[in-house]
Design a protein around this ligand. Structure first.
Ligand code: PHE
Length: 449
């Protein structure tokens, strides 16, 4: 078998992982959920969830990938726990399922870049969104988005994903930063910031029923956990990086981008007198924020830049998800990477057709993924690393890491007890909403109002 690829540089791994983490979840969920659930108080709460759940679970995936240098399924064989391969396969299938409709949403974003340049949605944003988000137009856009993703993944780790994300991630940061600076000049900026971040413990407590499950769910969705992405990406690490530092950088940048997004969208909404009392989701971005561009000088340019950033964020996440399946196929079959990427792309396209045809299928796919597949996958993964791999996991974490002596056991007990308990609660709530609730409330990223 040919030599397995690695990242050319440590920074290559880092930007690829940041590109995966920074996605639609940061841009259209995080700002609105923050504003609606207590502003800065919610941010603090969310950070606690990330530290207690997301960060330890991410380290668990890193350890699995870097120790084995295998795809997420065969990693378990490599570790001598062949029967746990089903767990890896479950995570791979979860990712495949999610990518099928993520491509559809990616297509909308591309379409909105064009629509912004033409000012096509300025007069009737809701109607425009309705027309392009489903049916033949959405299928075509899905195909274009998927084509770009397949093209990058086909080029491989170093020449494809690493090179692409090294351009994409800095562009996201710079452009979003530039938009945030520009937003300061808008008439609504002060009001927008206040709406976004004014801390309110009362609001948080009043909305605890939805705010807590959201924060917990977002803690692993936003870090791309439970879909075998971080296992796959860390399996290409060449030398032994300090995983704690890498994980820390990813968490910090990922959170900052979410905050930056809020500093852009709320001034735009307030400058145009648009009611921001939305819970996030597709219409928050594609209707509310989009309609704001119509009322601004140079709205076309701003719209192109804004949706350009969203497209980069969506692409760098979709690439990471595509690589999960391609890595598995590439490790197992003697077929060239480009052929595998195209084949898997075709399968994804077909699975995404219902979602592109009708948004209610997309919502259904998303709810199943977010409420059931993802939490289950994260739960099993941390239990495996905490209880089965145990000491070996700590030993792996120590490679390339100084001063992890005390952290190792704390991390392990976190994986054994704290993370499973919290994820179990989310899973229970999700299952209740999916199958039992008379009027379900969903937290899935694409099902907001
Ligand atoms: N971390 C991504 C986000 O916040 C989630 C994601 C990654 C979704 C990869 C799909 C594919 O949007």
């Amino acid at each position: 078998m040919a030599k397995r690829e690695t990242w050319a540089t440590r920074v290559g791994f880092l930007v690829a992982a940041i590109g995966s983490a920074v996605g639609l979840g940061n841009l259209w969920q995080f700002p609105f959920k923050t504003a609606g659930n207590g502003g800065a108080a919610f941010v603090a709460f969310y950070l606690i969830a990330v530290l207690l759940i997301g960060f330890p679970a991410m380290l668990a995936e890193f350890v699995l990938g870097r120790r084995t240098h295998r795809n997420a399924v065969d990693a378990f064989t490599e570790l001598g726990h062949r029967q746990w391969r089903v767990l890896g396969a479950f995570a791979v299938v979860t990712g495949f399922w999610i990518l099928s409709y993520y491509n559809v949403v990616g297509g909308w974003v591309l379409r909105y870049i064009v629509g912004s340049a033409q000012g096509a949605y300025f007069d009737a944003p809701a109607e425009y969104f309705g027309a392009v988000s489903a049916g033949p137009e959405a299928i075509l856009a899905q195909l274009v988005f998927l084509g770009i993703v397949v093209g990058i993944v086909a080029l491989g780790i170093e020449d494809g994903i690493e090179k692409a994300t090294k351009v994409m991630v800095p562009s996201i940061v710079l452009l979003m930063g530039a938009l945030a600076v520009w937003a300061v000049t808008l008439a609504g900026s002060g009001e927008g910031y206040a709406y976004f971040l004014t801390p309110s413990l009362d609001a948080m407590v009043a909305n605890a029923g939805t705010a807590i499950p959201f924060a917990v769910g977002q803690a692993f969705f936003t870090l791309s956990l439970g879909m075998a992405i971080m296992i796959t990406y860390s399996s290409y690490i060449g030398e032994d990086d300090n995983l704690l530092v890498d994980g820390g950088v990813i968490v910090v940048v990922n959170t900052l981008i979410g905050i930056l997004a809020g500093l852009v969208v709320f001034p735009i909404l307030f400058a145009n007198g648009i009611d921001p009392a939305l819970e996030g989701g597709a219409s928050a971005l594609f209707v509310a924020v989009a309609s704001g561009f119509g009322g601004l000088p140079l709205g076309e340019v701003i719209g192109v830049i804004f949706f350009g950033v969203v497209a980069l964020a969506a692409l760098s996440s979709a690439i990471s998800l595509m690589e999960v399946t391609v890595a598995w196929a590439n490790d197992n079959y003697d077929v060239s990477r480009p052929v595998l990427a195209v084949g898997i792309g075709v399968a994804l396209f077909v699975l995404g057709l219902p979602s592109a045809w009708n948004v209610s299928y997309l919502t259904w796919f998303d709810n199943i993924a977010y409420s059931l597949l993802l939490p289950l996958s994260v739960l099993l993964m941390v239990l495996f690393v905490g209880w089965v791999l145990a000491g070996d996991a700590v030993a792996e974490l120590r490679e390339g890491t100084d001063g992890v002596e005390t952290f190792g056991p704390i991390w392990l007990w976190g994986l054994r007890l704290v993370v499973p308990l919290l994820v179990l609660v989310t899973l229970g709530l999700g299952v209740y909403e999916l199958f039992l609730a008379p009027e379900p409330t969903f937290f899935a990223p694409f099902s907001g109002s």
